[in-house]
Ligand binder design. Structure first.
Ligand code: M6R
Length: 598
């Protein structure tokens, strides 16, 4: 989604802001722009396409110590220069993340006041409306305090006002951080934009207003200055760099074994450590897991684990549906929200609905200090570091790991897992990083070559393997643009099998011994109709047969964590196929890293 950076300080604002925008490229965007002040005059540069197109338009000899920049992911109005940010109306220049839902009504008011609007965006209307109020108030803080009662929807604004030398920011339901440097200060929608310059920051909360000078940051709430805690990013800058890999996605796939090892070391030293970090699950008799995209797929794996190891009913739902459903809560319900970014609009809204109903919430989040992390009753961080590739890999895997910890802890608390079983299970976790490492190093280029020209690829599995199929299919379609569907293996013959013809690739996952025979029968059904079967199978289930064309045998661990090794070939297949197709792997078309609008 859109990205924001603002700068005031000793260095050339144009250079710092361009650099920050490059760090935000991963969020997904279709146009970009920068506004700076030079000799008290606002200069705006905009372009459609990549930041390098914007760079061609900028004269970097222009000196400026203050400015704002934006990468736009179009929501209102098509992708063109007029619709891209920054917008300037009257004395106000701003960039915006979020959506102003009542923009149509505000637009009519502005038209009556003779405002000339050029774009199709809600943002220009917000800019015009702020100008309209400011012309009456003559005080930008008074104006920014007013908009909270006028603008419906979500916003993070970075604002320049003609004839002063401050950088202003305010937000509602769209993230913004204010970062502190030496004789320079920043604001940004995301940590990577400024990580190169500083790791000291304030989290701006809803309706707070920040006023930045190069050597001072003031934050106001309800018109009064407040003191906020200065926080430190614990991200290693390395996690936001490519470090020699061709793509962030490949780098992030490669980081997984080490990240898994360190989370295991934090949570699984012994039973006491695990239980101390977890809520008391005994009081819940049902769990709702709510999330979007890959995080939802992780939730589906979590359902199998929690139901199996803790004998507790779990419902998993996509957040954009959950938030509008009739919900059947009782006091013994726990709502678990899973989100890498911690800012996904639908997941955040679902969390808030649970809280309004006085239901306990638990968040599984990667980004420290994100809205979901802060608003949940309890948060478990997965410690994946910065995830830059739009297609999630390491965060998904660590979500699976955290869900396995939850299933384990719940099983112990409910006295379904005794000490000796715990010790046995722990041994499997100790072996896991090495097994993952072996999978990461597996060469799947040849298999990818055999299927990358296909138009349709199917994934099948049963139970937990079906949940993994969904993630494998999503990974493939989002980065390679090949149409793909994941199906419960037993469901194919109820319609979809009609699409299987000679050489249609079917990737079949078999790690669950309880339904091994059934899944193999389903694989034989597609093989006998000519499918090109790529079998991903746990070693202990592997037998020779004539029902597959390619076979990937993965080392067996324990059903709590088998999925962490089984997912890696799926990630690598998607990566290698997208590579062969020449796709923009880290920044797939139309997608955004963090989906902060409904
Ligand atoms: O930040 P979140 O985990 O809440 O994001 C949820 C989805 O938008 C995300 O997993 C998306 O599906 C990924 N692009 C998948 O790779």
């Amino acid at each position: 989604m859109c990205g924001i950076i603002g700068y005031i300080g000793k260095n050339n604002a144009l250079k710092v802001i361009t650099d920050g925008l490059k760090q935000l490229e991963y969020r997904g965007y279709d146009s970009a722009g920068i506004a700076i002040k030079n000799n008290n005059e606002i200069k705006i540069f905009k372009s459609v396409g990549k930041i390098k197109e914007l760079e061609k338009k900028i004269d970097y000899t222009i000196q400026s110590d203050i400015g704002i920049g934006h990468t736009r992911w179009a929501t209102h109005g098509s992708v063109n220069i007029t619709n891209s940010h920054p917008h300037k109306v009257g004395s106000i220049t701003l960039v915006h993340n979020g959506i102003i839902e009542n923009y149509e009504q505000l637009k009519q008011e502005l038209i009556k006041k003779n405002y000339q609007l050029k774009s199709d965006t809600d943002t220009e209307i917000a800019c015009g409306y702020i100008d309209y109020l400011y012309q009456k108030d003559k005080n930008i803080i008074t104006t920014l305090n007013k908009i909270k009662d006028i603008f419906k929807g979500s916003y993070a604004f970075a604002i320049l006002v003609d004839n002063d030398n401050y950088l202003y920011a305010t937000r509602k339901d769209s993230p913004l951080i204010i970062a502190k440097g030496e004789n320079e200060n920043y604001l940004a929608s995301d940590v990577p934009a400024i990580l190169k310059y500083t790791n000291q920051y304030y989290l701006l909360d809803n309706y707070e207003i920040a006023i930045l000078e190069k050597d001072n940051i003031k934050i106001l709430k309800d018109n009064k200055e407040i003191k906020k805690e200065l926080l430190t990013f614990n991200y290693n800058i390395e996690t936001s760099l490519k470090n020699g890999y061709d793509h962030f996605m490949l780098k992030e796939i490669n980081e997984q074994d080490k990240l898994v090892e360190s989370l295991i070391n934090i949570y699984l030293q012994d039973k006491k450590t695990l239980l101390n970090k977890m809520p008391d699950f005994k009081k819940y008799n049902q769990i709702h897991i709510v999330a979007c995209g890959s995080a939802y797929h992780a939730g589906l794996v979590g359902k199998y684990l929690i139901e199996k190891y803790a004998n507790t009913k779990v419902y998993v739902e996509v957040a954009s549906e959950y938030r509008y459903n009739k919900l059947f809560f009782d006091k013994k319900t726990l709502v678990i929200i899973i989100s890498q970014s911690g800012e996904t609009a639908d997941s955040l809204a679902s969390l808030r609905i649970a809280k309004e109903n006085k239901i306990d919430t638990l968040a599984i989040v990667n980004v420290y200090g994100s809205s979901i992390a802060r608003e949940a009753s309890k948060t478990l961080y997965i410690n994946a570091g910065c995830e830059i590739a739009v297609a999630t890999t390491k965060a998904y895997t660590l979500q699976l790991l955290m869900l396995s910890f939850i299933a384990l802890a719940m099983g112990i608390q409910k006295e379904l897992i005794d000490d000796s079983s715990f010790e046995d299970i722990k041994k499997y976790y100790t072996k896991l990083p090495q097994l993952m490492h072996n999978e990461i190093k597996r060469d799947l280029k040849n298999i990818a070559k055999n299927i990358y020209k296909k138009n349709n690829i199917f994934f099948i599995g049963r139970g937990i393997d079906y949940a993994l199929s969904l993630e494998g299919s999503l990974k493939l379609k989002e980065i390679s643009y090949i149409h793909s569907e994941a199906y419960p293996a037993g469901e194919l013959k109820h319609g979809t099998i009609s699409l299987i013809e000679k050489n249609t690739p079917v990737i079949a996952i078999v790690t669950d011994e309880n339904i091994y025979e059934k899944t193999i029968s389903n694989i034989k059904e597609v093989a006998s109709r000519g499918a090109y079967v790529i079998l991903i199978i746990s070693k202990h289930l592997d037998k020779d047969g004539d029902f597959y064309n390619e076979k990937i045998v993965i080392e067996n661990t324990n059903s709590l964590i088998n999925s962490l090794t089984a997912i890696i070939p799926l990630q690598l297949l998607a990566y290698n196929i997208a590579l062969l197709k020449g796709c923009d792997i880290d920044k797939p078309r139309n997608l955004a890293k963090s989906v902060t609008v409904e």
